[in-house]
Design a protein around this ligand. Structure first.
Ligand SMILES: C[S@@+](CC[C@H](N)C(=O)[O-])C[C@H]1O[C@@H](n2cnc3c(N)ncnc32)[C@H](O)[C@@H]1O
Length: 199
């Protein structure tokens, strides 16, 4: 199992809209990655941590997998309109608002017209260590559900967008995660980039 927890049913359902060449952003150790490979022509899995990508590769025997070390806070190393679908879970909420906006701008740039996105975004997060103490990470974003909905509706106003709300609870995570339990709400943001014909 991934150190980041289970594959939530809501996300597995949302994934079904993706096809073609998919970019898996901040893919980690591969939670959801084999599911993405099942439904696509190819998956490009990117993460800043090469060790995570090595675990992801060990857990996959697909020839349609590309991995690349990428810092998503910088310009993505891909041409405009490179991907049919873009997937990102468990990550965007870690960044401050300006960084989230710049990542969304890059997502829009490398996604083809009519391309699809499936993103999740955790809100109202609470993490506990084994002793029940609250764990926080310096510099990470902290969002309420309404703030997050407003942010995505504004930044992705050129998408036909669907935002579903759910809750999560992961317990007994291993020490690598840096905490034992995490609870909160999460948004599943899915949609299609509108094709705008310029006259
Ligand atoms: C909580 S994990 C989520 C992993 C995976 N997407 C999942 O849902 O299981 C966050 C991931 O974001 C990656 N990450 C953090 N900052 C990053 C950055 N600036 N660029 C690319 N990846 C980053 C971490 O290395 C880690 O694999």
């Amino acid at each position: 199992m991934s150190k980041w927890g289970i594959e939530e049913k809501e996300t597995l359902d949302a994934i079904k809209i993706l096809r073609g060449n998919i970019l898996n952003i901040a893919a980690g150790d591969g939670r959801f990655n084999n599911k993405l490979l099942e439904i696509s022509d190819s998956v490009t899995a990117i993460d800043i941590d090469e060790k995570e990508l090595n675990i992801l590769k060990e857990n996959s025997d697909s020839n349609n997998l590309i991995t690349k070390v990428v810092d998503i806070t910088k310009r993505f190393p891909f041409e405009d309109s490179s991907f049919d679908g873009i997937f990102c879970t468990g990550t965007l909420h870690l960044f401050d608002v300006e960084t989230v906006k710049s990542i969304l701008k890059e997502i829009k740039r490398v996604l083809k017209p009519n391309g699809k996105i499936v993103l999740d975004f955790a809100t109202d997060i609470k993490r506990l260590d084994k002793e029940g103490n609250i764990v926080t990470f310096e510099g990470e974003g902290s969002y309420s559900t309404s703030e997050a909905v407003e942010l995505f509706e504004k930044e992705l106003n050129d998408f036909s967008l669907n935002i579903d709300k759910s809750t999560f609870k992961e317990e007994n995570l291993n020490d690598d995660a840096g905490y034992n339990q995490i609870t909160g709400n999460f948004l599943i943001i899915s949609g299609t980039k509108k094709y705008i014909k310029r006259l």
